[in-house]
Ligand binder design. Structure first.
Ligand SMILES: [Zn+2]
Ligand SMILES: [Zn+2]
Length: 123
């Protein structure tokens, strides 16, 4: 079901469910995946340009990694078929890392800091 705006660019992301007791392909923990579906569309007033893109994503509860989920599996899940989601269906997209690591003391530092608050070195 696509909601169409009057004009502009819209991106919709909506949770479609969770998948429990699976192994995280990134860190190997027994985890829970949160599944999302995302679609983007461009609708320019007076210009009949209309594109859309449907993708499925999974976010791991353990390390916040984001994976692109195989669209066939995503569609099956959405229809309630309860497919097996295995590592081969998950393609790492962003290894979500909210912090950078100080190259001197290897502690986690807020990304906007230029100097490490722990050791005072530039990072
Ligand atoms: Zn993980
Ligand atoms: Zn440091």
């Amino acid at each position: 079901m696509f909601f169409i705006g009057i004009f502009g660019v819209n991106q919709t992301e909506k949770p479609i469910g969770t998948y429990n007791n699976t192994i995280c392909p990134n860190c190997g923990a027994l985890t829970r995946l949160e599944l999302y579906k995302r679609y983007t569309y461009f609708h320019l007033f007076f210009i009949p340009t209309f594109k859309w893109n449907l993708q499925y994503y999974a976010k791991s509860g353990c390390c916040d990694s984001i994976f692109e989920l195989d669209p066939t599996i995503g569609a099956q899940y959405e229809k309630g078929f309860n497919p097996d989601i295995r590592a081969e269906h998950l393609h790492p997209l962003v290894q979500f890392e909210p912090f950078k690591t100080c190259p001197h003391c290897h502690r986690k530092v807020e990304p906007e800091f230029n100097y490490c608050p722990y050791c005072g070195q530039k990072c």
